[in-house]
Ligand binder design. Structure first.
Ligand SMILES: [Zn+2]
Ligand SMILES: [Zn+2]
Ligand SMILES: [Zn+2]
Length: 365
């Protein structure tokens, strides 16, 4: 028999909550009616709840604006996701899986012909780019830069399709109630453009490197006609790098840790989400997050959350960085900020706390 703690955690897993309770349509974004966004003078945009939310409640199911697979040996992997942006389900190795007739990249795979056909106009935008650059970028700059550039190309492809379809401002609806989802949340490209992150967020050498990559690989051209200036594409990279999610098979943000600790597993993808990106980080988060079977980012309350309280996720695997220094070093290196969450502040040595106390607090603004 499982211990009460393990059972409790199983009840809080996202799959359990979505399947029986919500009849969510494919591709749908769903936002809890009590989830709102506000702006803090220091931290910028943040998620809050307007009324109390109970532990275990589903708060967000956010459809990716762009998603790429990150798997070794895509031909054999069971973790690779269908390229069709309306599907993104795991593609079984033994099934009907279909590749691109132009053989642009082994990482581009669809469940079947219907997914490939439905994804044709979006894939056209990236096909020539992949064929021309995928191998050389990987050889010259490595997997990380390739993944980053491909994710940018997929963002530009979604934007291109959005412009063509001119559906940017159409409000999405909650199928059950018929209510438009919260008007305070931007959607589509408008949301991506409002992400935090600028050239000043990153080091000069990092920005120089991205400037070079943009010039070399992301210029506007007839096969990938994005129509943006190199400076705008560079700004987009600065935003994407500060806001994209790694996709892992298990929850991120479970605390207290299981005994023995269970990490979130092998990364299988990376994606950007319009609403999930607003969530700030805490090393003691009140939300656990995980992508669902279609790559939608799912937020579930892991504690009771009081009215007006901020909703935070953990940006990293809490089993990996446990002490104050390792957490802060990791966040500084990867996300460019010094974490001052309640847990970090409570673990600071006394002298350091006194230093912070002399600085003006958020309330003084
Ligand atoms: Zn599919
Ligand atoms: Zn192709
Ligand atoms: Zn912290």
């Amino acid at each position: 028999m499982q211990s009460p703690t393990v059972t409790e955690r199983l009840l809080a897993t996202t799959d359990h909550l979505i399947r029986p309770d919500r009849n969510l349509n494919d591709c749908q974004t769903w936002i809890h009616p009590r989830l709102t966004q506000s702006v803090d003078p220091i931290k910028g945009r943040q998620l809050r709840v307007s009324q109390p939310v109970r532990k275990g409640e589903l708060l967000l199911v956010d459809r990716p604006y762009a998603l790429i697979p990150v798997v070794d040996h895509p031909e054999e992997s069971e973790d690779i996701r269908c390229s069709h942006s309306g599907c993104h389900r795991p593609v079984a190795r033994t099934g009907e899986r279909v590749s691109c007739p132009s053989r642009c990249s082994a990482d581009v795979i669809w469940c079947d012909r219907s997914c490939r056909d439905a994804d044709q106009s979006r894939h056209e935008f990236e096909c020539t780019w992949l064929k021309k650059y995928a191998t050389s970028i990987r050889l010259k700059w490595g997997e990380y830069d390739f993944g980053m550039l491909w994710l940018i190309v997929r963002i530009l492809a979604s934007r291109h399709r959005e412009i063509q379809q001119k559906t940017t401002t159409a409000p999405q609806r909650d199928e059950r109630s018929g209510h438009a989802i919260s008007q305070s949340f931007k959607t589509g490209w408008t949301a991506i453009r409002s992400f935090c992150g600028t050239q000043e967020t990153w080091s000069h050498s990092q920005v120089r490197h991205w400037t070079m990559l943009v010039k070399k690989y992301l210029a506007n051209n007839p096969s990938s006609p994005h129509g943006m200036s190199p400076g705008d594409v560079l700004d987009l990279i600065c935003q994407e790098e500060a806001n994209s999610f790694g996709l892992y098979p298990r929850e991120t943000g479970v605390l207290p840790l299981l005994d023995p600790p269970l990490d979130r597993g092998e990364q299988f993808g990376a994606a950007v989400y319009a609403t999930a990106a607003i969530a700030n980080h805490s090393c003691y988060p009140n939300i656990i997050h995980k992508p669902d079977h279609q790559g939608r980012m799912v937020f579930v309350a892991s504690k009771d959350i009081a009215a007006g309280e901020e909703c935070c996720i953990s940006y990293f695997d809490l089993t990996k960085y446990s002490d104050l220094k390792s957490r802060r070093d990791h966040l500084q290196a990867s996300f460019r900020f010094v974490c001052r969450c309640d847990r970090c502040v409570s673990e600071e040595p006394r002298e350091e706390q006194a230093q912070w106390d002399e600085l003006p607090s958020v309330d003084d603004f």
